[in-house]
Design a protein around this ligand. Structure first.
Ligand SMILES: Cc1cc2nc3c(=O)[nH]c(=O)nc-3n(C[C@H](O)[C@H](O)[C@H](O)COP(=O)(O)O)c2cc1C
Length: 318
């Protein structure tokens, strides 16, 4: 099985990624949060810092593009090729209202003629490997059966499927019936993504689909960075390692961001997920949410690691 780290805009940037790799590793590919190209615009500072090779030493990383404009896609691929990237991922999954209103992300799934034309153009005009990360439809899971016929026309490096529709956002359960059909129907290699929060979820997936070759983990891995170690070797979570990992992320953000608030904004997002690992973490997380000074934050964190125990059974999704 190959293990991929899902892109989470705002969380899994290069600071997080590098710290994760130093303490946990075992990731076959890190997918980067999306780049959103527009006319005459180069990369934003965030996008550039994320893709710079010096910020990704020793990692296998795949940049992702969110667009419905083939010219922008091809232009961005050409820029990314100069940095040495040989696989680019297309985002057909983003459910956000503003993205969908512009017929991008999972909004593009409803525009099937345009999407087919787009795919034809990008596959004829690029030489990098292209993978797709998709939902199973915009308004109905039945859309998937037309979509898979379209995807089958192109030589995808991989088809990563999050088996929800756009209107689910992250509610409801992944549609495992459609995912099963996807595995049977896809001519391209398939990767599963969605709601793997603990080793039990993973085992169930593996039992259901023994032929599956790749799984992508997002929120579950951020909530429990040691999850892949547990899945592979039954390793228990080590609080000391989690603390050292936290410190590396925290120091990394302090090095690139100015002002307590900006650093804390990032750490609050980090704790939104990681607090699920600790029993009775409510009080601490409330304090983290309220603090706007690094000194106070550090005191809360040291009491959190001293007072709270890690409880894997808590990781049931959120
Ligand atoms: C805050 C947030 C940001 C995300 N950003 C991206 C993104 O930039 N690109 C993308 O393809 N998916 C993005 N996703 C979706 C995740 O990559 C993943 O598909 C989703 O969380 C389901 O997998 P999981 O249940 O393992 O978390 C985002 C999800 C969340 C919650």
């Amino acid at each position: 099985m190959k293990y991929y780290f899902a892109p989470l805009e705002g969380v899994t940037g290069y600071i997080y990624r590098n710290a994760y790799q130093s303490f946990f590793g075992q990731i076959d590919k890190y997918f980067m949060p999306f780049i959103s190209p527009t006319k005459n615009k180069g990369f934003t500072a965030r996008e550039l810092n994320d893709v710079l090779p010096e910020h990704n030493q020793g990692l296998t990383v795949v940049p992702q593009i969110l667009t419905n404009n083939s010219e922008y896609f091809i232009g961005t691929v050409n820029e990314l090729t100069k940095f040495g990237y040989d696989e680019i991922n297309l985002n057909l999954g983003c459910p956000s209202g503003t993205v969908v209103a512009k017929h991008k992300g999972s909004g593009f799934l409803a525009q099937r003629e345009q999407l087919d034309r787009f795919l034809k153009e990008i596959f004829s005009n690029t030489s990098t490997k292209i993978s797709i990360k998709t939902r199973i439809g915009k308004d109905s899971p039945n859309e998937f059966y037309e979509l898979i016929e379209m995807f089958n026309k192109y030589p995808l490096e991989e088809l990563i499927i999050h088996p929800r529709i756009q209107t689910d956002f992250y509610k409801n359960k992944p549609n495992m019936d459609v995912f099963k059909d996807a595995l049977a129907l896809s001519k391209n290699p398939v990767c599963y993504n969605g709601d793997i929060f603990n080793a039990k979820d993973y085992r169930e997936l593996e039992e259901m689909h023994p032929s599956l070759g790749a799984v992508m983990l997002g929120r579950g891995l951020i909530a429990n960075p040691a999850l892949i170690g547990e899945i592979k070797n039954n390793h228990a979570i080590d609080k000391e390692v989690i603390k050292a990992f936290h410190d590396a992320v925290y120091v990394g953000y302090q090095e690139i961001l100015s002002g307590d608030r900006n650093v804390l904004f990032k750490m609050k997002e980090f704790w939104f997920y990681m607090i699920h690992m600790f029993a009775n973490g409510d009080k601490h997380v409330k304090k983290i949410r309220k603090t706007d000074r690094l000194n106070d934050y550090e005191a809360i964190i040291s009491s959190l690691f001293q007072d709270l125990d890690i409880e894997e059974t808590l990781l049931r999704g959120f």
